[in-house]
Design a protein around this ligand. Structure first.
Ligand SMILES: Cc1cc2nc3c(=O)[nH]c(=O)nc-3n(C[C@H](O)[C@H](O)[C@H](O)COP(=O)(O)OP(=O)(O)OC[C@H]3O[C@@H](n4cnc5c(N)ncnc54)[C@H](O)[C@@H]3O)c2cc1C
Length: 392
């Protein structure tokens, strides 16, 4: 039996970050993931919020984001940004996985299929023993099922997309809302270095969303899908790769789910396994990386339950706020009003500072309420922010 202080299950951003941190804090670590190298289904947009938490040096970056835009019907709110970045999930995850090994974690390219308690220790796959387990194996993996309970389908987003082999012309990250079969969800267009990552994120129970994405792709790049993996462009007749990908993302509907324990005396969950994804838009990479490190810190201090207060210190406010407003934000009346008011100089300025992560969440909420009456007056007089004059 191989014996370690801690076994980390899952070598995505959360598990790899946890493993590296745990080693650096003096623990012997085994990191299990049977899939590397692999390309996890993802947009690969590093959230502006918490970008400083990421272990993403220039060599791990695929390209930069120059602006982030939100579109509803013919209104587009385009916000210049200077700290947005994209990663390729095969390259970046592999980088993090190898960094954990370089730090001293022992890697096992093996799937964890069995977790058992034996006196004061955990035994994994009948062959590996540890005092602690860090579960970082994504949504509803073996850790979640062993230590907590499965995240219900009602509290999941589905996300589905294509790697579309067309050379992007600019670096504008786009989010498009409205006119989808379900109320909650959006289409994203992420221009990467040499292709588009285009997809749709929606409530897991909504049907018809994949067709909505195909219709969008057809509108944007007129053509047709061939054999499920190619896109034939009408204009040139060229067939380009259009590789589908998809997976589930936690998207909680109730604050109480964030209050449920995700740790015990000798185990802790982090990343998607902990449900630590922003429920409005499904961004999880920031919480996966920081959460992994904080989980390892708690374990190294001999008390994994400390993670409950550690993660709250850093991103509780965002999670609670997001879960509270999630349903309002996607209502069509709200979107229409928000986009009309969002064009006004006052609210566009505020939206820009939120997107650029220049204010704390509570400060943004406070500013929103006192700026709202001014925005109404500006909207009444048809005023829009000067940078939007050339936008539709
Ligand atoms: C389509 C899509 C687009 C997304 N786009 C974005 C985005 O642009 N920006 C953003 O911030 N977030 C995005 N997300 C969310 C983001 O991908 C996740 O929040 C993030 O990957 C969570 O990291 P993690 O390490 O917790 O889990 P994962 O990245 O899922 O890693 C879990 C690892 O555990 C391994 N594993 C599973 N079971 C076992 C087992 N039994 N034994 C051993 N290993 C196991 C898996 O192989 C995997 O490598 C997107 C998600 C999806 C589905």
């Amino acid at each position: 039996m191989a014996i370690f202080d801690v076994i980390v299950i899952g070598g995505g951003p959360s598990g790899a970050s946890a493993a590296k941190e745990a080693v650096e804090r003096g623990l012997s670590v085994a990191l299990f993931d049977h899939t590397h190298p692999r390309r996890k289904a993802c947009g690969g947009g590093l959230p502006v919020k918490g970008i400083e938490w990421m272990d993403a040096p220039d060599e791990a970056i695929e390209c930069h984001i120059s602006s982030i835009s939100f579109k509803l019907d013919d209104i587009k709110l385009k916000i210049p940004v200077n700290k947005g970045k994209y990663v390729r999930r095969d390259d970046w995850d592999n980088y993090l996985f190898n960094r954990a090994e370089e730090a001293g974690a022992k890697l096992f390219k093996e799937r964890v299929v069995k977790i058992e308690k034996n006196n004061d220790s955990w035994v994994v796959n009948d062959s590996y023993q540890s005092k602690y387990i860090i579960g970082a194996d994504g949504v509803n993996g073996i850790s979640r099922k062993t230590f907590s309970k499965k995240i219900s389908r009602d509290d999941l987003f589905s996300a589905f997309g294509y790697y579309l082999d067309i050379q992007p012309e600019d670096n504008e990250m786009e989010f498009i809302v409205g006119h989808l079969p379900g109320e909650e969800g959006y289409i994203w267009v992420f221009p990467k270095k040499d292709h588009y990552n285009v997809g749709i994120c929606y409530n897991a129970r909504t049907s018809g969303m994949r067709d909505a994405l195909d219709n969008f792709v057809k509108d944007r790049w007129p053509g047709e899908k061939i054999d499920g993996k190619k896109w034939k462009l009408d204009e040139t007749g060229e067939e380009v790769d259009c590789i589908p990908f998809g997976s589930a993302i936690p998207s909680y509907n109730n604050k109480k789910l964030f209050d449920a324990p995700i740790s015990g005396p000798d185990w802790v969950l982090c990343g998607d396994a902990a449900g630590h994804v922003n429920p409005i838009h499904g961004e999880g990479l920031n919480h996966a990386v920081l959460g992994g490190r904080l989980a390892a810190q708690a374990v190294s201090e001999g008390d994994p339950t400390k993670f409950e207060s550690y993660w709250r210190e850093h991103y509780r406010e965002d999670m609670y706020h997001a879960v509270t407003v999630k349903h309002q934000i996607y209502r069509s009346w709200f979107l229409k009003l928000a986009f009309k008011l969002g064009r006004t100089p006052t609210l566009f300025h505020l939206l820009s500072s939120i997107v650029r992560d220049e204010d704390k969440q509570s400060m943004s909420v406070f500013k929103f309420w006192y700026k709202l009456p001014i925005a109404f007056i500006q909207a009444l007089f048809g005023m829009s922010h000067h940078s939007l004059k050339n936008e539709t």
